[in-house]
Design a protein around this ligand. Structure first.
Ligand code: ZN
Ligand code: ZN
Length: 437
C-alpha cells in the first residue's frame, strides 16, 4: 500500500468485461487499478456510495476542430467536454484545416495532445490527401508519426477501386480504416428523404445514399480482410448489411446517440440545429439501429462530436453546417431513452460505450495487458450518479460550442467524475481525491 494509493469506496462497480456488477471497493495506484474487493483500506479514500463506477467511455469519432477552427473547439475544450461526459479515450477525425494528411501535421498534433488533452486522444489521419479520394496518403509515414487509424470522414470515398486500394494500403501499413459511408450521387439533400422532408419542403437524401456506400465498403472489406470500422450507421438496412458481412471480414460498426434517440420529426422545426450527416431518420430506422446495437450486430456507440459556431447553426436548415455536439450528453441521453425504457440493459450500454470500443482501440494501438476494471489495467474510470437529473443548457456545456440537439431536454443519469490514468480529470461533485475519507 503506497502513499499515493486511492480507494474508491462503496460504488456499484459495473464492468461487463470483468464480470463485475455489485458494490465493492477499487484501489488505484500509480495510474493503475491494483485491487478490487470489499473492505480495502488506505489513507486516501473517495466515498462513492450511491454512485456507479464504470470503465471510462471510449469515443472513436470526434471532431475537436484543431487545427483550423479553434473558435469552435480546441484540444483543451474538446477533451474537457469528453471528460465531462465520462470519456477517457477519444479518436480525433482528420477533416481539419489543414487536413491531417501529412506526417508533420500528425506529429505536431500528437505533441499538442500530450500538452493540452485531459483524456487519452488518438489521431486519425486521412485515407486520401485532402480527403479527396484521389491520392492515397503516405500511411506508413503517418503511422510512424503517431497516426492511429485512417479515415476520409466528412466525405466518404466515392470510387470502389480507389477505396479498395486504400483498404489494401492501410492493411499493409497496419492501420484500421474508419469509413463514413455516403454516396454523393444519391446524397443530394440536406435531410432524410421522407415524410418530414416532404412536409417541410426540404430537399432529401434517401437512405440508399448510405446503404449503397455501406454495401460497397463491406464487400471490399470482406475481400481485402482490411481492418474496417463503419461509423455512424443510421439505417436499419445498413445495420442488417453489417450483420451479414461482419462474419466475413475484420469488420466492426458503430452508431451514434442521436440516431438512437432522435428522428426526422425534428426537421419540422426547420431549425438549422437539427441538420446532421447522416441525417436523422424515420422511427423505423431508429428502432432497427437500436435493435442491432442491443443484439451485438453493431459493436459500439460513437458520438461524432461535431462542434459548430452559432453562426453556422442558427440558420435555415438548408444553409446550416451539419453536426451535433456529442460527448457531454451521450451517456445521459442513452440512459434516459434506452435503458430507462427497458430497450437496452445498463450492462449492454456500458459494453457499447466502454468495453467494446476500448478493446478495439487497444487492439488497434497494439496495447497489451489487462483492461477494464481489474488489477493491472490503466485507471480510466467514469463515476456516474444514475439518479441525478439535469437539464441540457447551452451556457452549462463545457464544449466551446453549444449545438446540442438535446438543448432544453431533462436527462437522467449524470457523470460526476472521470479518472484518466489515476488522475481526476473531471470533478462534478467537488470530490477532490483524498478530501473525504
Ligand atoms: Zn461522418
Ligand atoms: Zn464525423
Amino acid at each position: 500500500m503506497g502513499a499515493q494509493d486511492l480507494i474508491i469506496r462503496g460504488a456499484h462497480v459495473l464492468d461487463p468485461g470483468s464480470n463485475l456488477d455489485g458494490i465493492t471497493d477499487v484501489r488505484l495506484s500509480a495510474g493503475r487499478i491494483t485491487e478490487v474487493g470489499e473492505g480495502l483500506r488506505g489513507v486516501r479514500a473517495l466515498d462513492a456510495s450511491g454512485l456507479h463506477l464504470f470503465p471510462g467511455f471510449v469515443d472513436v469519432h470526434a471532431h475537436w476542430r484543431t487545427p483550423g477552427r479553434e473558435d469552435e473547439e480546441t484540444i483543451e475544450t474538446g477533451s474537457a467536454a469528453a471528460a465531462a461526459g465520462g470519456f477517457t479515450s477519444v479518436v480525433m477525425m482528420p477533416n481539419t484545416d489543414p487536413v491531417i494528411d501529412k506526417p508533420v501535421v500528425v506529429s505536431g498534433l500528437v505533441r499538442r495532445i500530450e500538452r493540452e488533452s485531459r483524456v487519452r486522444a488518438y489521431v486519425s489521419a486521412a485515407l486520401h490527401e485532402g480527403l479527396e479520394g484521389k491520392r492515397l496518403t503516405e500511411m506508413r509515414l503517418l503511422k510512424e508519426a503517431g497516426a492511429f487509424c485512417v479515415s476520409d470522414d466528412g466525405l466518404g470515398t466515392q470510387s470502389a477501386g480507389v477505396l479498395r486500394n486504400g483498404m489494401l494500403y492501410a492493411k499493409s501499413a497496419g492501420l484500421p480504416v474508419i469509413l463514413h459511408c455516403e454516396d454523393h450521387t444519391l446524397a443530394t439533400g440536406v435531410v432524410h428523404d421522407g415524410v418530414a422532408a416532404a412536409l417541410a419542403g426540404l430537399p432529401g437524401s434517401p437512405g440508399s445514399a448510405e446503404d449503397v456506400a455501406t454495401a460497397m465498403a463491406l464487400v471490399l472489406a470482406a475481400e481485402t480482410s482490411a481492418k474496417v470500422h463503419v461509423t455512424h450507421v443510421s439505417t436499419a438496412l445498413s445495420a442488417a448489411l453489417v450483420g451479414f458481412f461482419k462474419v466475413r471480414g475484420d469488420i466492426t460498426a458503430d452508431t451514434t446517440p442521436h440516431h438512437l434517440t432522435l428522428t426526422e420529426e425534428l426537421v419540422s422545426t426547420l431549425e438549422g440545429l437539427y441538420r446532421v450527416n447522416p441525417p436523422l431518420r424515420p422511427d423505423e430506422d431508429r428502432i432497427g439501429v437500436g435493435d442491432a446495437l442491443a443484439s451485438g450486430i453493431l459493436d459500439f456507440v460513437a458520438t461524432d462530436h461535431a462542434p459548430h459556431a452559432a453562426s453556422e447553426k442558427e440558420l435555415p436548415l438548408e444553409e446550416a453546417a451539419p453536426g451535433f455536439l456529442g460527448h457531454e450528453t451521450a451517456f445521459s441521453a442513452l440512459y434516459t431513452d434506452l435503458v430507462q425504457s427497458g430497450k437496452l440493459s445498463l450492462s449492454r450500454l456500458i459494453e457499447t460505450m466502454a468495453s467494446a470500443p476500448g478493446r478495439w482501440v487497444r487492439e488497434a494501438s497494439g496495447a497489451s495487458g489487462a483492461c477494464g476494471i481489474c488489477p493491472g489495467a490503466p485507471a480510466d474510470l467514469a463515476l456516474v450518479d444514475l439518479s441525478g437529473e439535469w437539464t441540457v443548457r447551452a451556457d452549462a456545456l463545457v464544449s466551446r460550442s453549444s449545438n446540442s440537439p438535446y438543448l432544453g431536454r431533462r436527462l437522467k443519469g449524470r457523470v460526476v467524475g472521470t479518472v484518466v490514468g489515476g488522475e481526476m480529470v473531471y470533478d462534478g461533485i467537488g470530490a477532490k481525491f483524498g478530501a473525504r475519507a
